[in-house]
Design a protein around this ligand. Structure first.
Ligand code: FES
Ligand code: ZN
Ligand code: ZN
Length: 310
């Protein structure tokens, strides 16, 4: 790639069309870290001194998130520093071969970055592994897995006394979900879509510090920082329903480079305030486990009944 970095005499390694920026490797890193810090500040995601738990799957985005948060935590430069405690959790979902690799990758990166790491046997809490789910006919394993992950991560975060649960959702994820919700006119989901969800009784505050960083940027960041995500896909992975929306958005962004970020910011600033009503509807408690639920028995406890020991 020819050309020079906008901020030093180094060779350009990245061009960011939406900002018309040519950057060398180290200025690209600084640019992304600062952007994430600004996002955290703009949306009040982390207050000074708070304890943040990173949901670390071992995939690219969660590793990038861990790397950026630990960089902010360790920096003395006011432009980059953010005083907070960072720990990470990886769930053992009982997927033979794959779960072990995810845990090993997560643990190795945490050790390198000086981040305390927890492994939680989600399968033990649920009473079934994802391999059990896959061996029986019924719901797709991925959708059962999604319920288990959400439930267990929240429970662990609440019980370990963390202030925030941080996940690695990026701009492409957010924009695709937004488009999907718009197209299906799902006002309830739209009203809940947010990069920061406040804590409520029995629910930890959830934050998405990478939601203004594109998929392409997280991929480059991971590559430049030598982060090595888990090799290979989950054996039960199916193409996510948002894939087609991501493809459409990528096509549109070739014409309008600021498309995704304008769409997501525009939604948060102009549309969401009009939808605020549904956001904090009353939550009930699951009669089986006591955690918040929108129905009498929560989805996790219903799954336990279906897939757990007889
Ligand atoms: Fe949950 Fe693949 S990681 S089914
Ligand atoms: Zn530079
Ligand atoms: Zn329950």
């Amino acid at each position: 790639m020819a050309g020079k970095c906008k901020w030093c005499s180094g060779d350009m390694e990245v061009f960011l069309p939406y900002a018309r920026l040519s950057l060398c490797r180290s200025h690209f890193r600084n640019y992304v870290v600062r952007r994430v810090k600004r996002t955290i500040e703009r949306y009040g995601m982390i207050n000074s001194g708070e304890r943040v738990l990173v949901a670390l799957s071992g995939g690219k985005d969660s590793l990038v998130l861990l790397h950026i948060l630990s960089t902010l935590r360790d920096s003395d430069d006011p432009k980059f520093s953010l005083k907070c405690e960072v720990e990470a959790v990886t769930l053992d979902l009982g997927i033979k071969g794959y779960s072990e690799r995810c845990i090993a990758v997560a643990r190795a990166h945490c050790e390198k970055l000086g981040v305390p790491h927890h492994t939680i046997k989600a399968a033990e809490l649920a009473g079934f592994t994802m391999d059990d789910v896959a061996s029986r006919r019924g719901r797709p394993t991925c959708s059962v897995c999604g319920v288990v992950k959400r439930y267990v991560l929240n429970k662990v975060g609440v019980e370990m006394g963390f202030d925030r649960l941080a996940t690695g959702h990026n701009l492409d994820d957010e924009a695709a979900v937004l488009l999907s919700n718009y197209l299906s006119a799902n006002v309830e989901l739209l009203s809940r879509q947010s990069p920061v969800l406040p804590a409520r009784e029995g629910m930890i505050s959830r934050i998405k510090p990478l939601f203004e960083v594109s998929e392409r940027e997280t991929a480059m960041y991971a590559q430049f920082q030598g982060l090595a995500p888990v090799d290979g896909k989950c054996p039960y992975a199916i193409a996510p329903s948002t894939l087609k929306f991501k493809m459409v958005l990528n096509m549109l962004e070739e014409e309008v480079p600021t498309m995704k970020i304008s769409m997501v910011r525009g939604f948060l600033e102009k549309v969401k305030p009009l939808l605020k009503k549904g956001e904090t509807g009353p939550l009930r408690r699951c009669v089986a486990c006591g955690y918040p639920s929108s129905s009498e028995v929560c989805s996790f406890c219903r799954l336990k009944k279906i897939y757990g020991p007889m």
